[in-house]
Every structure is written in structure tokens, then in C-alpha cells.
Design a protein around this ligand. Structure first.
Ligand SMILES: N[C@@H](CCC(=O)N[C@@H](CS)C(=O)NCC(=O)O)C(=O)O
Length: 226
């Protein structure tokens, strides 16, 4: 019997990954959609009633609440016996990228985003000073950090079609949010990381990804270039 699954999904967020995984698995699920605050872009506190961490995604499977995207994806892979490689070499890649997404790549991406907001999200004329600080932090810390990390991603994808090697897996879904955010938001990423860009385009063409966006809306917020 199929498990009863409810996805608590925050618009324009990492929880799109869970919708995508469930569409790939072809299993039914219920959806609860939460909106971001228009100014702060934060989520409200209601989700804490479902899971105390108060972050998205949260998935309830047969009455038990699960949080943390990577852990949810691994649980789904085990439960459905799908989208995780069994070959030992592929499993090494799989585990590495499953952890790399949130453990290494997301932190500098978020710092970059926040530093950019010091220019665009602070009123004039204070934003001249805060923007200069943000720009300096990004130049000295964020962009060099991301250059190292994204070069490693690009290097892997230049040699392998997918993150676990030859076959699509949950590792591709887990890497989708930082991978797509990097290509969309990091200066010159499209030119500097062509294998990552091609992989992003391949992922965006998958029917289950397209369905997840139809159901849950865009994965990223609109970019604020000005
Ligand atoms: N590492 C966690 C991150 C969870 C997280 O921070 N989610 C964001 C959405 S992308 C969130 O819930 N933000 C709500 C807020 O900050 O108010 C995961 O991958 O599940």
C-alpha cells in the first residue's frame, strides 16, 4: 500500500526538491502551500506546529514528520527502493553530493545573496555604505569560496552525466537548488561552469521537474539585479 504523504511546501524554496522527487517516484501526495512574507521573505511560524525546526521542507509520511531535504530524499529513496544507486562507486559519489549541497555549497550562496541585499534591500542613501560593505565581503570571501566549490561541481559534471555517475538519482535533486541558484545568481557562472549549466538545462527538461513547478511554483525567487 502507498504511504500517505503530505508535503509542507514553502513557495520559492528548497522544498520544491521534495515535490520533484515525489513526481519522479510517481507516488500520490497531498500538498500544503505556505507563502513567504512579501517584505522579509521569511516564512511564518505555523510550520513549527508540524516540526519544531520551523524550516521547509517538512514531509509527513504515515503520521511521522520528517525535516531536512537530504534526509527526506534519502528516506524516500529507501522507502521506495528507487533513485539511489547500488553500485559501490556510484554510492560514493551519491553520498558525497547529497551532503555537499547543504553542507558546503548553500552557505556561501546565502552569504552572497545577503551581501547583495545590503545594496538592494537598504534604503538610499545608507545603501551606498552597506552596499560597499556587501560588495567587499563578496569579493574577498564569497566569490572566491564559490569559485572553488563550483569548479569542483563543474569538474565532476564534465566527466559524469549525473551526480552519482551514469544514472539520475536523489543526488541530482538535492544538488538542483544550489546548482540552479549558482547558475542564476553567481556572477559569470554561466560562462565559467558550462557543464553545470548543461546539467541544469537537462534537469529542467525532465517531465517530473516541470510537473513539480506546475504544482509548487518556481524553485527560485525572482532575481533582484537592481
Ligand atoms: N538545510 C535545510 C534548510 C531548510 C531551510 O532553511 N529552508 C528555508 C527555505 S529554502 C526556510 O524554511 N526558510 C524559512 C525562513 O527562513 O523563514 C534543508 O535543506 O531542509
Amino acid at each position: 500500500m502507498s504511504p500517505v504523504i503530505t508535503v509542507h511546501h514553502l513557495e520559492m524554496s528548497r522544498s520544491t526538491r521534495i515535490l520533484w522527487a515525489l513526481e519522479e517516484l510517481g507516488t500520490p501526495y497531498e500538498l500544503e502551500v505556505y507563502k513567504r512574507h512579501r517584505k522579509t521573505f521569511r516564512a511564518g511560524p505555523e510550520i513549527k506546529a508540524i516540526h519544531p525546526v520551523g524550516r521547509f521542507p517538512v514531509v509527513v509520511i504515515d503520521g511521522q514528520a520528517f525535516a531536512e531535504s537530504g534526509a527526506i530524499l534519502e528516506h524516500l529513496a529507501e522507502r521506495f527502493g528507487a533513485l539511489a544507486p547500488t553500485d559501490p562507486t556510484a554510492r560514493v559519489h551519491y553520498r558525497y553530493w547529497m551532503h555537499f549541497a547543504e553542507g558546503s555549497l548553500m552557505a556561501p550562496l546565502l552569504v552572497g545573496l545577503i551581501m547583495d541585499r545590503l545594496r538592494t534591500g537598504v534604503p538610499f542613501p545608507a545603501n551606498a555604505i552597506t552596499g560597499a560593505i556587501g560588495k567587499a565581503v563578496n569579493k574577498q570571501y564569497t566569490w572566491p569560496q564559490l569559485a572553488d566549490l563550483l569548479s569542483a561541481v563543474n569538474h565532476h559534471l564534465a566527466a559524469h552525466a549525473f551526480f552519482s555517475g551514469d544514472t539520475f538519482s536523489m543526488a541530482d535533486i538535492q544538488m538542483s537548488y544550489p546548482g540552479m541558484a549558482a547558475i542564476d545568481r553567481v556572477p559569470n557562472a554561466r560562462e565559467a561552469y558550462p557543464a553545470l549549466r548543461t546539467w541544469c538545462e537537462t534537469m529542467k527538461a525532465r517531465p517530473a521537474y516541470i510537473k513539480a513547478l506546475e504544482v509548487g511554483g518556481p524553485i527560485l525567487p525572482p532575481s533582484r539585479k537592481t
